[in-house]
Design a protein. Structure first.
Length: 277
């Protein structure tokens, strides 16, 4: 499938409120419960270097995936209202669990609020050849079933795998240990020999564990949220990759700044000094 066709498939039928001129220099807000959303931010910054971004890591309340629906919704609204107070022109919910409450945030603003779930599911539908797709996600995301519904509506056989403990592993910087490989193996081994050829990282953290996953499932396509979400953002805001001006990246955490500074070293994102909220 050609690149234009891929973009059309990802964006088709996804309604996002509001379209803003590409010349608008207001920042784009991005948030997650922790470091996982940086995988999305990194992609956005690389694709649209002329844009300004404000990223919030809600580490003080991480992980979202084991919290109640009411608690998650409250955090989505709290962080969303902060970004709105900063005058952002769009908000990217770079967290699958928080994306389940996109509409709650969209209800209080006229700017576009973008979820990672719909574009990521659509890209997986495009890439799979066997039509057998596994979804690795937090317990809350799996329980909600949104990925499963989108995939099944498009004729996929879905294999959901709740794996909230992966978030704790990543936030604790314990990805490269034998204990982690054992945990990943226990979660992914049941997917072997099922004809699955595509695995969705249904949590933005999980791409940071892909090197371990490949030891268990080496011959599948792993789908992260960054690229398909960037296509939605480009479509909604009419962004240009040809902007030669250099944008800025502000990063905030509701946790401890020193802790987050250690983790952001995993990424190549030029940014201003991290601040605590």
């Amino acid at each position: 499938m050609r690149n234009h066709e891929a973009k059309t498939w990802i964006t088709h039928g996804i309604f996002t409120k509001g379209v803003i001129s590409m010349n608008d220099k207001k920042p784009i807000g991005v948030f997650d419960s922790g470091v996982g959303g940086l995988t999305v931010l990194e992609k956005l910054v690389k694709m649209y270097p002329g844009e300004n971004f404000i990223y919030v890591a809600d580490q003080g309340y991480c992980p979202y995936g084991t919290k109640t629906k009411e608690e998650i919704e409250q955090r989505v609204l709290t962080v969303g209202k902060y970004l709105l107070s900063r005058g952002v022109k769009a908000i990217v919910i770079a967290c699958n669990t928080a994306s389940l409450f996109k509409q709650s945030l969209q209800n209080i603003t006229d700017i576009p609020v973008i979820s990672v779930i719909e574009p990521t599911a659509r890209l997986a539908c495009q890439l799979t050849k066997t039509k057998k797709v596994a979804v690795l996600a937090t317990n809350a995301t799996i329980k909600n079933g949104k990925y499963q519904r989108i995939l099944e509506e498009n004729g996929m056989e879905v294999f959901p795998v709740p794996a909230s403990q992966f978030v704790d592993i990543i936030e604790s910087n314990e990805m490269n240990t034998e204990a982690t490989l054992k945990t990943v193996t226990e979660k992914l081994a049941p997917l072997q020999n099922k004809g699955i050829d595509t695995v969705i990282h249904g949590c933005t953290h999980f791409g940071l564990l892909e090197f371990q996953m490949k030891k268990v499932l080496p011959d599948v396509t792993y789908v992260e949220c960054g690229y398909p979400t960037s296509i939605i953002l480009e479509n909604v805001l009419k962004l240009s990759k040809d902007n030669v001006a250099k944008g800025s990246v502000e990063i905030y955490t509701t946790g401890k700044r020193n802790d987050f500074e250690a983790k952001i070293k995993w990424f190549t994102i030029p940014h201003q000094p991290i601040q605590e909220l």
